[in-house]
Every structure is written in structure tokens, then in C-alpha cells.
Design a protein around this ligand. Structure first.
Ligand SMILES: *Cc1c(COP(=O)(O)O)cnc(C)c1O
Length: 439
């Protein structure tokens, strides 16, 4: 059940990166997000070694920063040789403040505002992944105004469903994202951007879903794309320099999840692209991918303190933590399943089945149903595992809970990378309505 550098020390405490999690809570408080930096490095390296089997190939792996965006994380991604995906002006701003090279940033989104596009062009962003006709118009206008070109990919929906949860399925025909291959929108977009003076059309992008556990979806998407690439080569003389097949590589939240090794996904993607290019007598394009969850998901752990508990005879026992849906929205949003360890009693036997409840005023604020943990008491520290992706990044202020701190741990040392919010932070943007302000 333990991941990366997680171990149990002689005190029976969970350690991460050689740091005792009980000490972490003493030092930084709770709830606390903890990232195992070595684990993040290992995930990035797994992509490098998977691609290194194909020395003639040009490839890029972009960290999808929506999974967890912060200055420290973006800097780490840069150190690890990843390029970067952003999906908003805020994520782009974070990347710029982190010193990330703009030329290695790709900008995504189905409704980038004029201001966001303007900002991206001002910083000389590497690539804009164009989602729709309105965006083509906006970019034409903005680029013309400043007489400056921009590299673009077109996001297409390849009409493929990856096995995943409905809410996070984005590759099928009925999607708010991208140009449909099947209904002709993609072809119309290709014609438009091929004729553009300012939009430097480099290729196509697709993202077929998230938490994907097989290679079939990627292969089918690539097969479908090549049907059109072959047509467009003949009819439009279009050649695709870059094929970006997105992210979505699955991770193991619990035993129901059976992700494949990273190299298995990459082998399937690369060999399918190579075979299709060969079959259609096209040069092999650069292959770009965009892993988010698989880079940071398993590396993240949330530490909570246990408080109240409630036993309903014959029904269940609730054990409450000092956080919940404000710091981890995924169980409430996607019925996501997590595992937990009692961090200060990590070598004790699991003897109880309890429901781990959050502290928010919502009956649906349950982090884990039927968690198996040792006998617990208030003050114990609960580690919920695998919270590194879409945890802090989806955190919110529901019930006016301040957002927790985030620490990186590695080689026996911890480093604060995001401060804990205070009550003062919560009211920073509030304006008083009464004549005599009370605060
Ligand atoms: C969310 C997203 C990703 C990353 O997805 P993961 O499941 O976290 O790997 C990559 N590309 C696009 C376009 C996305 O929207």
C-alpha cells in the first residue's frame, strides 16, 4: 500500500522521504499536503527512459500543471526536463514567476479569454493549443495587431472513449473540447489555419481522458487521426510536424486500479505513430505527451488529525478529520476512492472499519468509505495516500477553511513550498458593508 519512499520507522510512524510524518504535523500543523520529491523525479525519469528506446524520435513530455500548480512544483518540473501545460492566465503567471522558459509552455483551454491570449503572446509562449473557431479569430486579430506569429496545434476530438469516469471523459464526440474529426469541424479548422499568415500551424493535439488503464484508447485515437492526416495530405498538402496525444496515464489510488507501466503506454503510442506514418508514407512527427496525475498523484499524501468520532450501533463508525472536501474535492466530485494509513500507528494491525468524514457541513463530505485502520483515538494522525494530483489544485474555501500548507520532502529534509493560509487571508478581499467596519 505504501508508495515511493514511504516507510514505517522504528517508532511505528509513517515516514516520507526519510521524514517522520508525525514530526511534519508538529512542525507545520494539519491538514498538511506532503510531496515525495524522489517519487516525482522517478516518474519523470520513467518517461525519459521509455522514450530513450527511440533515439530517432523527437518527443516532449509536458507536465500538466493543473494537477498541482505552484512555483516550487513548476521549478521542479523544469529541473526534470519537462515542458509545461497551463490552462489559464493564473497557471501561466505561476510558471512565469517560477522562471519557467516560456518557449516550453503550451496553453490549453476551451475558452481562453482575450486577456489570457494577450498575456500568452506577450510572454512569447511556445505553443497555443487552439480549441475552437472563436479562438482562431481572436488569435488572428491579436497576432495581426502586433505583427507577430505564434505556434499552434489544433485540438481535435478523435471520437474515442477511454475507459474512465464519465465526468472526466473528454475525447468522445459530445465534448466541449476541440474540433470534431468526424463532423468535419477539424478539417474546416485545418483549412483556416493553413491559410493564416500569423498562426504557425505545427500539428494536432488530442486528449482522450484521464486515469486511463489501457493502451487501446491511445491506439484508436492515433489510428483515427491518421485516417484524416492521410486525407489532408492528399487534398490539402498538409503535413503534421507535431502529434500531441495528451495525458491521462492512470495511477493506483487503491487495489481496484491497475495502471500499466509508463513504458507500456509510451511503447504503444510510439509504435502506433511509427506504423501509421510508415503506412501512409509520412515523416514521423514529433510526439508530445502531457502527463499530470501520473507525475504528482502518488507522490502526494495528506496528513490530518483525527478529532471526533461517532459510533452508530449496527450501522457504522464515523471518524472525523480536520479537513475534507475543501482540501480534497475528488471523493465528493467523482466518488473517487482513497486509502489511508494511521501515520502514528503505522505498524499496528488494521482492526476497525470506519468511515472517514471531513469537517465540512455536507453529508457528502466523506473522504473514505469503509477504511480499514487500527483502533484510533482523537489526536491520531491519518495519512490519506495518493492526493498529489487535483488535491491542492482543487482546494477551496468552503466553510471558510484556510487552505493547508504544502511541504516537499526528500533525503530526510522537509521544505515548505506553500504556506498555510490564515483567517486573515480568508477575509483579505472582503469589503465592509456597515458604516463602522468591525474588523
Ligand atoms: C488534464 C489534462 C491533462 C493531464 O491529465 P492527467 O490525467 O492528469 O494526466 C493533459 N492534457 C490536457 C489537455 C488536459 O486537459
Amino acid at each position: 500500500m505504501l508508495r515511493g519512499t514511504q516507510r514505517v520507522n522504528e517508532k511505528g510512524h509513517l515516514t516520507i522521504g526519510g521524514v517522520d510524518t508525525v514530526d511534519l504535523v508538529k512542525q507545520y500543523g494539519s491538514p498538511l499536503y506532503v510531496y515525495d520529491v524522489q517519487h516525482i523525479r522517478d516518474q519523470a525519469k520513467a518517461f525519459q527512459s521509455a522514450f530513450s528506446k527511440y533515439p530517432s524520435l523527437t518527443w516532449h513530455a509536458a507536465y500538466a500543471s493543473k494537477a498541482f500548480s505552484s512555483i516550487a512544483m513548476v521549478q521542479l518540473a523544469n529541473d526534470l526536463g519537462l515542458s509545461l501545460d497551463v490552462v489559464s492566465g493564473g497557471e501561466l503567471f505561476t510558471a512565469m514567476k517560477a522562471g519557467f522558459p516560456a518557449k516550453s509552455i503550451q496553453f490549453h483551454g476551451n475558452n481562453k479569454t482575450i486577456d489570457e491570449l494577450d498575456y500568452a503572446l506577450n510572454v512569447n509562449i511556445g505553443t497555443i493549443i487552439v480549441d475552437n473557431f472563436y479562438e482562431i479569430e481572436c488569435l488572428e486579430y491579436l497576432c495581426k495587431e502586433r505583427q507577430k506569429p505564434v505556434n499552434i496545434l489544433l485540438r481535435i476530438t478523435p471520437g474515442v472513449e477511454a475507459h474512465t469516469h464519465d465526468y472526466i471523459m473528454t475525447g468522445q464526440e459530445d465534448s466541449k473540447f476541440g474540433f470534431s474529426l468526424v463532423n468535419g469541424a477539424a478539417e474546416e479548422a485545418v483549412k483556416q489555419v493553413m491559410n493564416s499568415t500569423y498562426l504557425q500551424f505545427r500539428g494536432l493535439h488530442c486528449h482522450i481522458g484521464s486515469q486511463i488503464f489501457d493502451t487501446e484508447g491511445f491506439k484508436l485515437a492515433i489510428n483515427n487521426i491518421y485516417k484524416y492526416l492521410s486525407k489532408w495530405k492528399k487534398e490539402l498538402d498538409f503535413s503534421c510536424e507535431v502529434l500531441n496525444v495528451g495525458g491521462g496515464f492512470g495511477i493506483k489510488y487503491n487495489n481496484d486500479d491497475q495502471p500499466l507501466p509508463i513504458s507500456t503506454y509510451i511503447d504503444a503510442i510510439v509504435t502506433t505513430v511509427m506504423a501509421e506514418s510508415d503506412a501512409h508514407q509520412m515523416p514521423i512527427p514529433e510526439i508530445w505527451i502531457e502527463p499530470g496525475r501520473v507525475i504528482v498523484g502518488e507522490a502526494g499524501t495528506t496528513l490530518y488529525k483525527l478529532g471526533s468520532s461517532k459510533t452508530i450501533p449496527g450501522i457504522r463508525k464515523y471518524v472525523s478529520v480536520d479537513g475534507g472536501m475543501a482540501d480534497n474535492l475528488r471523493p465528493a466530485l467523482y466518488q473517487a476512492k482513497y486509502e489511508a494509513v494511521l501515520a502514528n500507528k503505522a505498524s499496528a494491525k488494521d482492526t476497525e472499519v470506519v468511515t472517514i468524514a471531513g469537517k465540512c457541513c455536507e453529508s457528502g463530505d466523506i473522504l473514505i468509505h469503509d477504511a480499514k485502520i487500527p483502533k484510533s483515538e482523537s489526536g491520531d494522525i491519518l495519512a490519506v495516500l495518493c492526493t498529489g494530483a487535483y488535491g491542492y489544485s482543487m482546494a477551496n474555501h468552503y466553510n471558510r477553511l484556510p487552505k493547508p500548507a504544502v511541504v516537499f520532502v526528500e533525503n530526510g529534509e522537509s521544505k515548505l513550498v506553500i504556506q498555510r493560509e490564515t483567517y486573515e487571508d480568508l477575509i483579505r478581499f472582503d469589503c465592509s458593508y456597515s458604516q463602522e467596519p468591525t474588523h
